[in-house]
Design a protein around this ligand. Structure first.
Ligand code: CU
Length: 123
């Protein structure tokens, strides 16, 4: 089969179309941004677009953790996730996480009885 045969040209065309289509279908969705804040004082929150939430869709997230108090930290616990900022330091961290369906809770470790919250991740 020479490269100029109709079948070869058709195969080249199909290969070219697949090459154009595959990268777009394999691209991951852009991660959703969340902001977690602890301090000053006893404030503890996690927000999306500046608003608190009780439910999120499963997927990839980028969480900016703003730890604004050296007597608190921010911990997130849920399916496949258990991460925390440091106690005794003020810091801004970036966590890239995949949140799976289930219940997540966030808290400050030294004050877990009062500084805590929760949200659900759904499909
Ligand atoms: Cu605390």
């Amino acid at each position: 089969m020479s490269p100029s045969s109709p079948l070869a040209l058709a195969l080249l065309l199909v290969a070219g179309l697949l090459g154009m289509l595959l990268p777009s279908t394999m691209q991951a969705a852009t991660p959703v941004k969340l902001v977690a804040t602890v301090g000053p004082g006893f404030a503890l929150s996690i927000t999306r677009g500046g608003k608190v939430f009780s439910r999120l869709k499963a997927g990839d997230y980028v969480i900016t953790v703003r730890d604004r108090a050296n007597n608190h930290n921010f911990r997130l616990v849920g399916p496949g996730v258990n991460r925390a900022s440091g106690i005794g330091q003020i810091s801004t961290l970036t966590w890239r996480l995949t949140l799976r369906p289930g219940n997540y809770r966030f808290l400050c470790d030294p004050h877990a009885q009062t500084m805590r919250g929760a949200f659900a991740v759904v499909r």
